[in-house]
Design a protein around this ligand. Structure first.
Ligand SMILES: Nc1ncnc2c1ncn2[C@@H]1O[C@H](COP(=O)(O)OP(=O)(O)OP(=O)(O)O)[C@@H](O)[C@H]1O
Ligand SMILES: [Mg+2]
Length: 795
């Protein structure tokens, strides 16, 4: 018996037409043409039949209706015939086919039914003469004999088994033409542990609406998640990490598995009833949207906490399986949540749990839930301590205590990577790395963009070295002189901060609340704000050209900075130009974030530019309304830049994509970029922001190198660093094989020196055709150098 509730609270159904409205009177016509499940040719073909899977029960006026079983509804011309899952006739009635929608309820004789999904658009094979029907019959006999194993949502999968799929697919419409996805059976070890009473093993089938949408890598991912969460890979372990690159659809893979576990299980009973999904606050609404997008027709209920919807309401509402909550809200409501049992816990952007000592990890560890999934698009293997924290969170104790782990794995592995490590140290390190890999690889899955490139449009990336303005050159010079004159390493951070501000716009020097003597001295150097204009920033000059050209071409732009003060300056400029913009930063209220994203992505809405703070909202966002993205400044950690740049080249993007990284040539930004290119950056952040006060982890020599910026305005130091002999005309690109690089467009890793060598190189004056393609036809005088990479160009 299954209960179905009228949509309430924050529910998601496929239709805004509520069930009660439908029952009450004439059908409300949906405005969304595409949501009609009646094929247009239906009306022209009166002999065609439509078959739907339904749930049915005796008519009642109860709000919370109890259904008795599954069945099918066959519509032929204007007659709808209801049969139960055995095929027995239950009644028929005249209907208006155009009013049938998934999720709607109908009354046929003394029964009421709700439509779950469409099975085929054409007549099904005749009963009793088809293999699959026979099989269906025998399944239903089995089910009668064993009522506990009855699984209501499985009607379609009973009739479309793997073996009979080819027959069933014959003549089906394209949308139904998919390979069913059946989960593996539990291994014996699992069966003896979790099925002591020998219940018969059931096939676990992924529901068609998901299975048909999944990309090949997602089908594998779903199976991986299922096996891990079920404990098939090790009967003691139920957690895993899905670390697919950004934009590969981790959300859909999780939703698919969660829904499967809510409805099915290998031993007949469903595996899960309640699922906790944690996400950064800007992504909570996105999860709801994705659940609605993929499970809409199944009316999977979700619950979000806000002033009207309390945790206690969720606890009472047993029919709502999904609780979606931000990490902050979770911490706030921990006392109420700590006693709720969850069967699955998903931590989106879970690399935030990499630090075991942070409060959220401690709290999450107290939640009673063994099946834990971490989702992250950021590579996690670079820091062995963080790696331990993530693995230990999903599969507690698998690597022992941290001190044991450190002794056995971390220390020997790190020692073997030192430049002068002896042979036996290297050998030991490699051995331990291999062992660690073996222990953990079964619980981690990471795929790169390669698996979806064929579904994505072309992408071009540009590293644009912008020319310093006279004011910027002067200020940089004098700031460095100040540093040299009172050579105190303690001042390193202030100098870095000031230099980075000058790179974005000299006016930023006057912002911020640093009041140390050195910063004060630097402030004295800067003219007053009134004496400065937007074009005192070299990067803004280039941006200005891009903006005007894009405005003409009516393309949308995502403009990202790591600094809100920089966003202020940019926004001020946009407003002055009357360029419509929206903005998401740390101060944007959680409940407003989703609508900002939706409005921007809506092609009918007039938002030209999306200003995004990389720190506040870079992760997880889908900003596919834009075709171009500018990363206005860079971070020490290449993974953060990668996160920010991945917002527009994602599944669902139809337009060609252009990504620009702006770097002020010859400045600290170029040095930071060079550090990113070298392996140094991969070992972790240089600025440690985990403590309240930022600490610099750089040696004096490193600082000196960082400040040894070059002043010439027409050469590109990074190009020189590559030792490249090209003429800077985009030709004579070094062969990838010469550099030892397999692919120039592999976006999985952050950019490396040798990869950059095989990009196209353009020096000043930049080819005008290229500038036109880049949508900045008049920027010649403001650009020193460009590196360009095209993802579909054979080099
Ligand atoms: N099989 C699919 N068919 C069509 N669209 C898809 C498919 N899978 C995912 N998408 C869409 O691709 C977009 C990106 O998916 P999603 O947000 O889940 O990526 P992600 O892996 O979580 O990336 P990130 O690490 O950046 O958060 C979403 O709009 C999603 O609806
Ligand atoms: Mg995501």
């Amino acid at each position: 018996m299954r209960k179905s509730a009228a949509p309430s609270l924050r529910t998601f159904g496929s239709k805004s037409v509520s069930v009660s409205e439908r029952l009450a009177g004439p059908a409300t016509k949906t405005t969304d043409e595409n949501s009609s499940i009646i094929p247009s040719e239906y009306s022209d073909n009166s002999t065609a039949k439509l078959v739907y899977n339904v749930v049915w029960g005796k008519r009642s006026t109860k709000k919370h209706k109890t259904f008795e079983g599954d069945g099918t509804l066959t519509i032929s011309s204007k007659t709808a015939t209801l049969r139960n899952s055995d095929g027995s006739y239950l009644g028929s009635s005249t209907i208006k086919p155009e009013e049938i929608e998934i999720g709607c309820r109908l009354t046929i004789g003394s029964n009421e039914l709700e439509i779950i999904e469409q099975t085929t658009g054409v007549q099904l094979p005749k009963r009793k003469t088809d293999d699959s029907e026979e099989r269906q019959e025998s399944e239903s006999r089995k089910r009668k004999a064993n009522p506990a194993s009855f699984q209501p949502y499985l009607v379609l999968s009973h009739s479309v088994r793997k073996n009979s799929a080819s027959k069933m697919n014959f003549g089906l419409e394209k949308q139904n033409d998919f390979e069913p996805l059946i989960m593996p059976e539990p291994p014996e070890e699992h069966q003896s542990k979790f099925n002591p009473t020998n219940r018969s093993i059931k096939e676990v089938n992924i529901i068609p609406c998901c299975a048909r949408a999944l990309r090949p890598h997602q089908r594998e991912g779903v199976q991986f998640l299922y096996e891990c969460l079920m404990g098939f890979r090790s009967p003691e372990r139920f957690g895993c990490i899905l670390a697919d690159e950004m934009g590969l659809g981790k959300t859909l893979q999780c939703i698919t598995v969660c829904y499967t576990l809510l409805k099915q299980g290998p031993y007949g009973l469903n595996v899960a009833n309640r699922i906790l999904i944690l996400a950064p606050s800007s992504l909570v609404d996105n999860w709801c949207k994705e659940i609605s997008k993929w499970l809409g027709q199944l009316r999977a209920f979700t619950f979000q906490i806000d002033s009207k919807h309390k945790i206690q309401d969720f606890i009472n509402a047993k029919h709502i399986p999904f609780l979606l909550i931000s990490y902050e809200m979770f911490a706030k409501h921990f006392d109420e949540l700590k006693n709720v049992h969850f069967d699955v816990m998903i931590c989106d952007e879970g690399h935030r749990l990499k630090n075991q000592s942070v409060k959220i990890s401690t709290l999450l560890n107290q939640i009673d839930c063994a099946r834990r999934v971490i989702l992250t698009g950021t590579p996690i293997q670079n820091d062995l301590q963080e790696f331990y924290a993530l693995i230990d969170f999903v599969n507690p104790n698998i690597l022992g205590t941290y001190s044991e782990y450190k002794k056995t794995y971390e220390t020997p592995i790190l020692a073997s990577q030192q430049p002068h490590a002896s042979e036996w140290v290297i050998e030991l390190g490699e051995e331990r790395a291999e062992e660690l890999n073996q222990l953990t690889s079964g619980f981690i899955l990471r795929r790169t963009h390669d698996v979806i490139t064929k579904y994505l449009p072309k992408k071009q990336e540009f590293v644009v070295f912008c020319k310093q303005t006279d004011l910027q050159r002067e200020l940089i010079q004098r700031t460095l002189e100040l540093y040299e004159n009172n050579d105190d390493p303690a001042n390193g951070l202030q100098i870095i901060t000031s230099l980075k501000k000058i790179c974005n716009h000299p006016a930023l020097i006057n912002t911020g609340n640093q009041n140390d003597a050195l910063t004060e001295q630097i402030r004295q150097l800067v003219p007053s704000w009134q004496d400065m204009g937007p074009f005192d920033s070299g990067k803004l000059c280039v941006l200005d050209d891009l903006l005007h050209e894009m405005h003409k071409r009516q393309e949308k732009l995502v403009l990202i900075s790591y600094h809100t003060k920089t966003l202020n300056v940019l926004q001020e400029w946009l407003n002055y130009l009357n360029f419509t913009n929206c903005r998401l930063d740390g101060t944007t209220p959680t409940n407003a974030r989703n609508s900002i994203v939706e409005d921007f992505n809506n092609p009918d809405k007039d938002f030209f530019i999306f200003l995004l703070s990389a720190k506040a909202g870079g992760v997880g966002l889908n900003l596919i309304g834009a075709s171009r993205l500018v990363l206005f400044d860079n971070d020490w950690n290449p993974a953060s830049d990668l996160q920010a740049m991945s917002r527009i080249w994602r599944d669902g993007q139809k337009k060609e994509v252009f990504i620009y990284r702006f770097i002020l040539a010859g400045s600290i930004e170029e040095k930071i970029f060079q550090r990113q290119l070298s392996k140094v950056a991969l070992t972790g952040c240089i600025v440690d922001q985990s403590s309240k006060k930022e600490k610099l982890k750089l040696s004096n020599e490193e600082l000196k190198d960082l400040f040894s910026t070059q002043q010439s305005n027409d050469e590109c130091a990074t190009h020189e660093l590559l030792n490249c002999q090209c003429n800077g005309d985009g030709l004579n690109v070094q062969e990838a094989s010469e550099t030892g690089v397999q692919s120039t467009s592999e976006p999985s890793k952050s950019l490396q020196m040798d990869q950059l060598s095989s990009w196209q190189h353009y020096k000043y004056p930049i080819d005008s055709n290229l500038l036109a393609e880049m949508c900045m036809p008049n920027a010649t005088e403001n650009i020193v150098f460009i590196f360009r990479n095209q993802n579909d160009v054979e080099m």
